[in-house]
Design a protein around this ligand. Structure first.
Ligand SMILES: [Zn+2]
Length: 127
């Protein structure tokens, strides 16, 4: 009968343990110690396994407004190192043409060189 009520399961395991201990040609308490040590080791291994932090998926694509050096280089060369609106060469900033907050990408297609003045003027218009 395999209907495993709690007590019959326990009796089964005690019986199994007794058979094991009878079969092992060492003193009962030594065999028990070894058994308990193994059980403890298994428990420790399982617990350590469960406690391992789950590895984050390799570079989850989190949106970041970071513009790569490569893109900056491409944009700088394309825009000839000056503001695309007024042509100023001072206080230049890399601007997201479609604002990053509105889903604009960090690719060179969406980045341009603006001077601070034009960039502020643009921000004011959007807000
Ligand atoms: Zn400008």
């Amino acid at each position: 009968m395999l209907t495993a009520s709690g007590s019959s399961m326990k009796a089964f395991f005690i019986d199994l343990l007794n058979r094991f201990l009878a079969a092992v040609p060492v003193e009962r308490n030594i065999a028990l110690t070894i058994l308990v040590t193994f059980a403890a080791l298994i428990v420790i291994i399982v617990v350590i396994g469960l406690l391992q932090p789950k590895k984050p998926k390799a570079k989850a694509k989190r949106r970041s407004r970071y513009i790569s050096t490569k893109v900056k280089q491409i944009v700088w060369e394309r825009d000839h190192g000056k503001c695309v609106i007024c042509g100023s060469r001072v206080d230049l900033e890399y601007d997201h043409e479609i604002p990053w907050s509105k889903g604009g990408s960090n690719s060179e297609n969406n980045i341009r060189l603006l001077c601070r003045k034009c960039n502020r003027a643009k921000s004011a218009k959007i807000e």
